[in-house]
Design a protein around this ligand. Structure first.
Ligand code: MN
Length: 206
């Protein structure tokens, strides 16, 4: 069983003007595809591990043979992170979440705008390449960030508790925003599919 690139749940230009179609095409079709291809190539050397779910592999990297562990960490992390990223964005999105999730964001961070500031600061403050995350744990929400293609699953967190993630690699924004990562993040908030994030929240609190 080999991993495969999930289809984008919307058109390449669906996130315009916040994320341009050219960036989306390269990001999904080239970068994400490369993570999948390289993950599958690495796992050819460990067929017993390749039958596991990607979440199970990432949660137990020490059990991956050392010769392919870094490749599995980088490319397996890249595959999982991007699969989440495409899902939690969408057209005609953004704004403030309502319902139970909106209430919990307010009680966890003080306000929606404080949540936004904290997630943006985590993304801007991540030196080099990486991700910023909105995490659920014990009925509260918090912000985390990771370098490279690492994610909180590698730190023992449940995949379901990772409610959303934002890619701050230059490949996610450089064509449109060049070096201005803060501008990319400001625009990115307009793409959050809160309906999907609320669904993830509903599953996480089960
Ligand atoms: Mn990326």
């Amino acid at each position: 069983m080999a991993f495969s690139l999930p289809a984008l749940p919307y058109a390449l230009d669906a996130l315009e003007p916040h994320i341009d179609a050219t960036t989306m095409g390269i990001h999904h079709g080239k970068h994400h595809q490369a993570y999948v291809t390289n993950l599958n190539a690495a796992l050819e050397k460990a067929p017993d591990i390749g039958t596991k779910a990607i979440e199970a592999i990432l949660a137990d990297l020490p059990s991956v043979p050392e010769a392919i562990r870094t490749a599995v960490r980088n490319n397996g992390g890249g595959h999982w992170n991007h699969s989440l990223f495409w899902e939690i964005m969408g057209p005609s999105a953004g704004g403030e979440p309502s319902g139970e999730l909106g209430t919990l964001i307010t009680s966890s961070f003080g306000s929606y705008s404080a949540f936004r500031d904290q997630l943006k600061a985590a993304g801007v403050g991540r030196f080099g390449s990486g991700w910023a995350w909105l995490m659920h744990e014990g009925g509260k929400l918090s912000i985390m960030s990771s370098p490279n293609q690492d994610n909180p699953i590698m730190d023992g967190k449940r995949p379901a508790d990772i409610l959303l993630g934002v890619d701050v690699w230059e490949h996610a924004y450089y064509l449109k925003y060049q070096n201005k990562r803060p501008d990319y993040l400001d625009a990115w908030f307009n793409t959050i599919n809160w309906g999907m994030v609320s669904q993830r929240f509903g599953a996480a609190k089960q």
